[in-house]
Design a protein around this ligand. Structure first.
Ligand SMILES: Cc1cc2nc3c(=O)[nH]c(=O)nc-3n(C[C@H](O)[C@H](O)[C@H](O)COP(=O)(O)O)c2cc1C
Length: 377
């Protein structure tokens, strides 16, 4: 048996062997301690949904189309009245200090350099104000509801004051079970959460005899639709709801006033056994209609995955783990390089599928891949 080797420090330059965005996932174990890597790479429980997210992309093939001019093509992405140069966004990923000493500052600098929308997590390892200072203007804040509405509102007001232009409300993890793989590797959650003020003397949750620790205990303060309605009355920032997997939930949330929906299963870190996000996307797009704003994340490791997500109904995509891996491997440079690679891979796919714009991708043909089940290398 070989001993796990200690992780290297993040590279000051790009290490050799980075030919495609997915190479960051391949190199990441050399830069992340084994227990932390198991936590980041894993999902919840048996990691089945994390694996399903990846294989959903691997199972689909893109049908090439020939002799179409793409010479005036571009990857411009319109979301409401904002036009971005490309459809790749940085998903909220908490505790980035565990991955790189410059933590979220490095990610924010990479986002600014590549004109990429950054979504800063409530669980970031530096404050949302410090992230804003390092970020470009295109920044959203990911909000976790706090047990107390005053604490939630405090985060919202701080995000508004720090110039975040939208809120992403993550609703899929009121309870989050660890990955068995991460537990077996000895991973224990640690690190600061400086966005959260020390909780006031909140009464401990007491459950009666015969009550469920989960349903009556942990879930006591979990947000409900009433909290979404309340938040909509409290802020003028656009609200994106992250973690939606059912068309009826998506419709309901948009009818209540949400600006858009992020189809997500938290990268398989919420309900283990939930379907892949890519498999849900076409249903949700059909139910919502062509004008709804739909983002997706979960399993994106290449530009061809971005293409497949857009062909399946997404307006744009978020990347989580690739961002974490690129940060761990080479800091800000790594994240910026990873985004550039993803974008170039997307453009190469567009060229070969005869798609000059993202709208053309929406009409591209995807078919089951002959080697279904074989994951991307
Ligand atoms: C290490 C890690 C930390 C994460 N932290 C957050 C978070 O703080 N808030 C949140 O809404 N989602 C969080 N996510 C989920 C991501 O935003 C995203 O939904 C998921 O990573 C997408 O799947 P992918 O990693 O396959 O790209 C986290 C994911 C990972 C891997």
């Amino acid at each position: 048996m070989t001993e796990p080797h200690p992780p290297s420090s993040p590279a000051a330059e790009l290490p050799a062997g980075l030919y495609c965005a997915a190479d960051y996932a391949r190199l990441a174990p050399d830069f992340i301690a084994p227990d932390l890597f198991a936590h980041v790479d894993g999902g919840s429980g048996h990691d089945r949904t994390t694996a399903a997210n990846l294989s959903a992309f691997a199972d689909l093939a893109i049908v090439p189309r020939l002799l179409r001019s793409v010479r005036h093509g571009h990857t411009r992405c319109e979301l409401g009245d904002i036009v971005r140069p490309h459809p790749i966004m940085l998903a909220p990923v908490g505790s980035q200090a565990s991955l790189h000493p410059h933590a979220e500052r490095a990610t924010a600098a990479a986002a600014a350099a590549t004109q990429t929308c950054l979504i800063a997590s409530t669980m970031s390892s530096i404050t949302l104000e410090d992230i804003a200072a390092a970020a470009g203007p295109d920044r959203w804040f990911q909000l976790y509801f706090q047990p107390d509405r005053a604490e939630t509102l405090d985060l919202v007001r701080r995000a508004e004051a720090a110039g975040y232009t939208a809120l992403v409300v993550t609703v899929d993890t009121p309870i989050q079970l660890p990955s068995y793989r991460a537990l077996a590797a000895g991973f224990r959650q640690s690190g600061d959460t400086p966005n959260l003020r020390p909780p006031p003397n909140r009464a401990p949750i007491r459950i009666e005899d015969g009550q469920s620790q989960i349903l009556n205990g942990f879930m006591r303060d979990a947000p409900t639709l009433d909290d979404i309605d309340w938040l909509l009355t409290e802020t003028r920032l656009p609200l994106w709801i992250k973690g939606v997997m059912h068309a009826a939930d998506a419709r309901d949330l948009v009818q209540r006033g949400a600006t858009g929906i992020i189809v997500s299963n938290h990268g398989g870190r919420a309900l283990d056994g939930a379907p892949s996000t890519l498999s849900r996307l076409p249903h949700i797009r059909t139910a919502m209609g062509s004008s709804a704003l739909l983002l997706v994340d979960g399993g994106i490791r290449s530009g061809s995955d971005v293409f497949k997500a857009i062909a399946s109904g997404a307006n744009a995509v978020l990347v989580g783990r690739l961002q974490a891996y690129a940060l761990a491997v080479a800091g800000a440079l790594g994240v910026a390089h990873m985004i550039r690679l993803l974008r170039e891979e997307l453009e190469a796919c567009m060229a070969q599928a005869g798609c000059a714009t993202l709208a053309d991708i929406g009409r591209a043909e995807l078919v089951p891949f002959a080697h279904a089940g074989v994951p991307m290398p």
